[in-house]
Design a protein. Structure first.
Length: 352
C-alpha cells in the first residue's frame, strides 16, 4: 500500500465517524451586512471571531461597543459615516461620548480586532476609543470634528494605525497612552506602528504619552497647533525607546489657547518632554513658527514635573524656516545628540 493510499484512508476515516457518515464541514467566517437604518451594534453582538461586519455606504447614527476578539468592522470608505445618535439609550460607548469603543478587561484583552474604511464624526469625546486591546488594526478611518480625540488608545499593545485621516478634533488627532485614569510607568507597546496617516487641524496631531517600543513613520502632519508630542514624567520606566522617522511636518501654525497643564500652542513640530532613548531621523520639518515655549522645528523641553530629556538621538533631519529656531534644546538633560541635521538656526547655537 502506498503512502498516498494510507493518507487517503486516514482522511476518509476521520470524516466517516465510524460508519455514521461524513461530518459536515465547519462553518467558516461569516459576513454580517448592515445597511443604513439597520443596527450595527446588533450585528457586532452576533459576530464571532473571524467574522466581518460590513457596512454599506450611508450614514449611521449610533455608537458601537466591541468586546469580541477577531471581529472586523468595515465600511465602504468615506461614504460610510457614523455619527452620534439623538437617542443613545443604554449604550455605554455612547454615554461616554465616543463613536466606536473596542474594550477588553484586565487580563482579558480584546485581540486582533480591525476597524477599517469608515468615517467617525461629531462625537462629544472620541471618534474611536480603545482600551485593553492587543493587535488592534485601525486603517483608512477618517475621524473628524470630534470633541476630544479623533482616534485614541490606552492599555494597548501591538497596534497598527495605518492610512488614517484625523482632522479638526478638539485635542489630539491620534492619541496613544499607557493609561488615562491613573499614573504609572511607560507601557511597552510591543512594536506598535503609526504609519501613513494624515493629521491635520487638531490641537495636536499626535500625542504619545508614557509609551515605549513603537514606530512613527511616513505620516504627514500639518495645520495643527503642534504636530507631535512625546510625553514622559517622573514615573519609571520613562517614555522613549521609540523611533520617529520619515515624516513630513509642515505649517503647524494654528493657535490654541493655554489649558490648566499647557501654555498656549502655536508653531511646534516635534516636542520631546522628559523622553529618553528616542530616535528622530529623516524627518522633513518646515515652516512651523510661533512664540510658545514649545515653538520650533524639534524642541526638547523638560516635562510638566521637571523631568529632563536624556539620551535622545536627533540625526539626519531636514529643518527649514522654523521659528524661533529649527532645533531648540531648553533643558539640560544628558546624552542628547544632534548630528547631520540640515538646518540654519538653533537654540543654543551650534546644534545645526
Amino acid at each position: 500500500m502506498t503512502k498516498r493510499h494510507i493518507a487517503y484512508l486516514a482522511c476518509t476515516a476521520a470524516l466517516a465517524g465510524c460508519g455514521l457518515g461524513f461530518a459536515p464541514a465547519a462553518a467558516g467566517p461569516a459576513i454580517h451586512l448592515v445597511r443604513p437604518g439597520g443596527s450595527i451594534q446588533r450585528a457586532v453582538d452576533a459576530a464571532r471571531p473571524g467574522d466581518t461586519v460590513l457596512l454599506s455606504a450611508g450614514t449611521y447614527r449610533e455608537s458601537i461597543r466591541m468586546t469580541t476578539s477577531g471581529v472586523t468592522l468595515r465600511g465602504r470608505g468615506r461614504s460610510t459615516v457614523i455619527s452620534p445618535s439623538t437617542r443613545p439609550g443604554k449604550n455605554a460607548c455612547a454615554k461616554a461620548g465616543n463613536g466606536i469603543c473596542v474594550e477588553g478587561r484586565d487580563g482579558r484583552p480584546v485581540e486582533d480586532t480591525t476597524i477599517r474604511s469608515l468615517t467617525l464624526t461629531g462625537f462629544r469625546k472620541s471618534g474611536l476609543w480603545s482600551s485593553r486591546t492587543t493587535g488592534l488594526t485601525v486603517r483608512q478611518v477618517t475621524a473628524e470634528k470630534n470633541g476630544q480625540w479623533g482616534i485614541a488608545q490606552e492599555r494597548g499593545t501591538r497596534a497598527l494605525f495605518l492610512d488614517n485621516t484625523a482632522r479638526s478634533n478638539g485635542d489630539a488627532g491620534l492619541f496613544l497612552a499607557n493609561m488615562v485614569d491613573v499614573e504609572g510607568g511607560a507601557t511597552d507597546t510591543q512594536g506598535a506602528v503609526i504609519a501613513r496617516n494624515r493629521l491635520e487641524g487638531n490641537r495636536a496631531g499626535l500625542v504619545i504619552k508614557r509609551l515605549r517600543d513603537l514606530t512613527v513613520t511616513k505620516n504627514e502632519l500639518t495645520g495643527n497647533c503642534a504636530a507631535v508630542f512625546v510625553v514622559s514624567d517622573e514615573n519609571s520606566p520613562r517614555a522613549g525607546g521609540l523611533t520617529v522617522s520619515d515624516n513630513v511636518i509642515h505649517k503647524n501654525n494654528k493657535f490654541c489657547p493655554k489649558t490648566a497643564r499647557l501654555p498656549f500652542l502655536k508653531g511646534s513640530g516635534i516636542v520631546l518632554t522628559g523622553a529618553e532613548g528616542t530616535v528622530l531621523t529623516r524627518n522633513v520639518i518646515t515652516d512651523n513658527a510661533g512664540n510658545s515655549p514649545f515653538s520650533g522645528g524639534i524642541v526638547l523641553f523638560r516635562s510638566f514635573v521637571g523631568t529632563l530629556n536624556e539620551h535622545n538621538q536627533i540625526s539626519g533631519n531636514t529643518l527649514r524656516r522654523n521659528a524661533p529656531a529649527d532645533l531648540v534644546n531648553v533643558d539640560t538633560g544628558k546624552g542628547n545628540t544632534f548630528q547631520r541635521n540640515i538646518c540654519r538656526v538653533s537654540r543654543p547655537d551650534g546644534l545645526c
